[in-house]
Design a protein around this ligand. Structure first.
Ligand code: SAM
Ligand code: SF4
Length: 341
């Protein structure tokens, strides 16, 4: 572990920021129904941070005590030359102040990148997978193909990467466009292959083509149901993120729950999020932000440090996600692919 920074980033509520998530692109080769509309318009290139700019901003954070970086998107591995950035950031692990560099990916490009990622210093990846049923996978991701992702997961494991599976829990079975009946098979499949599974509640972010209340499945319900079939014991494991874990005796694996709606975890929040246009969002579920691209382009890299201090003053206490019939629209207008998961 790296020693604490001399001048850490601490917000008004005494929370220290040690974790930065960076959305390196808003583009993606899938169109998951809960994440994007089928016809999305993407950002013009000039608005998007160059890989060098992302590197400069990430380093400013690491100098202020951020020890964990996660690259996300959109799909991070579809960004051109992404390995250049990953190699540079990976080098910060060798006493440059960084403990961990990781990625959230849909897995589609992992056969191509797995070994390079490991060589660059990545040790863990989160792969998003909502079902192991081929037809259902195609329905949920619209453009994705399951075998490609399963091959990607196998390649990642062969390359030495630890893989955690993230599954967004969607109400209903196949005929309703959900994956509720896939939770147990996914749990058994992931644990059989030695991978943790984390379930995520859908968050009301951005307009999508489907109806969110129809889709929202509270994980408190899922946990209750699972505990009639499996022996679940609380597990103190933490990856520095918002998931709470249980150990499943029957499968011998770990199951995580990310429950922004049924259980708010904001009091222990240690993270902020940078979009590919340089907006630093201080909370996933609020609009408070400060644009670091403008700071960098107008005032130079030395101005970043002050900007980070200013950002700490506007980090909100927490989010107000709510999904029910009176709150069917998005809590925030941006899609998840803007700030990443
Ligand atoms: N494309 C990559 C992937 O799918 O892993 C990285 C970006 S994706 C936006 C990050 C995570 O956010 C994925 O696990 C995805 O399932 C999740 N996600 C997307 N939209 C969501 C929503 N509205 N509510 C909850 N999770 C969402
Ligand atoms: Fe793409 Fe990930 Fe969003 Fe799916 S969840 S559309 S893979 S960014």
């Amino acid at each position: 572990m790296t020693s604490p920074a001399k001048n850490p980033l601490t917000d008004r509520f005494g929370r220290t920021i040690t974790y930065l998530r960076i959305s390196v692109t808003d583009r993606c080769d899938f169109r998951c129904v809960y994440c994007m509309a089928e016809n999305m318009s993407f950002l013009p290139k000039r608005e998007v941070l160059s890989l060098e700019e992302i590197d400069t901003i990430a380093r400013a954070f690491v100098a202020r005590g951020v020890t964990k970086l996660r690259l996300t998107g959109g799909e991070p591995l579809v960004r051109r030359d992404i390995m250049t950035l990953i190699r540079r950031l990976g080098a910060l692990r060798n006493d440059g102040g960084l403990d961990e560099l990781t990625l959230t990916t849909n897995g589609s490009q992992l056969t191509r990148f797995a070994s390079d990622l490991f060589e660059a210093g990545v040790r863990r990846v989160n792969v998003s997978l909502d079902t192991t049923d081929e037809a259902r996978f195609a329905e949920i991701t619209r453009w994705g193909r399951l075998p490609q992702v399963l091959d990607g997961i196998a390649a990642a494991r062969e390359a030495g990467l630890k893989v955690k599976i993230n599954m967004v829990a969607l109400k209903g079975g196949a005929s309703e466009g959900g994956n509720e009946d896939e939770i147990v098979p996914m749990l058994e499949w992931a644990h059989k292959h030695g991978m943790d599974l984390t379930l995520i509640e859908t968050m009301p972010m951005g307009e999508v083509d489907i109806d969110r209340p129809d889709q929202y499945l509270p994980l408190s319900e899922v946990r209750n149901r699972l505990s009639t079939r499996f022996t679940l014991t609380d597990d103190p494991h933490s990856t520095g993120g918002p998931a709470r874990y249980v150990h499943v005796a029957e499968t011998g694996g770990r199951l995580g729950f990310i429950t922004p709606l049924t259980h708010n975890f904001c009091e222990s929040c240690n993270r902020v999020r940078l979009t590919c246009t340089g907006d630093l969002y201080l909370c996933l579920g609020q609009e408070d932000r400060l644009n670091l691209r403008d700071v960098l382009r107008n005032d130079g890299p030395e101005a970043l440090d002050d900007a980070l201090d200013r950002a700490m003053l506007i980090k909100p206490r927490g989010h107000d996600f709510l999904i029910d019939r009176d709150h069917a629209g998005p809590a925030v207008p941006r899609h998840m692919s803007v700030t990443g998961g």
